[in-house]
Write a protein that binds this ligand. Sequence first.
Ligand SMILES: [Zn+2]
Ligand SMILES: [Zn+2]
Length: 139
Amino acid sequence: MSLTTGKCLCGEITVSIPTETLNTSDLITICHCKNCRQAGGSLESISIIIPESSVKINGQPKIYLDNNTDSGTPLQRAFCSNCGCPIYTATSNHPGIQVIKLGLFDEIPKPTMEGYCKSLPSWSKPIEGMKHFDASPSK
Ligand SMILES: [Zn+2]
Ligand SMILES: [Zn+2]
């Protein structure tokens, strides 16, 4: 099975995902929520929702517990403690699932859905052809 590997800016943390999963997943989501924006210092985040068992992470990400969530359940935000890159998120609402940040990878697969469209900036529009959700796609 071939793996595709992404890494944080400094390279201390690497994340490997089966290439086929990366290229065929229909669970690739853009998130416009404010928390993702703040955590990434960016317009949005893009991630793949994947079972933890099919991901291999090398290195020791640090976990920030994000308590300010819609669901009320704290969200683990894993990041590189050296360079600050977001690595993944996880929540006890979905045990065994990791949401891996695709900005770590050289090539980003086409997204299939967009969450928190209600938080889009006024000058931006949802992308055509995606499944759109006002808030979290997992509800
Ligand atoms: Zn790093
Ligand atoms: Zn988000």
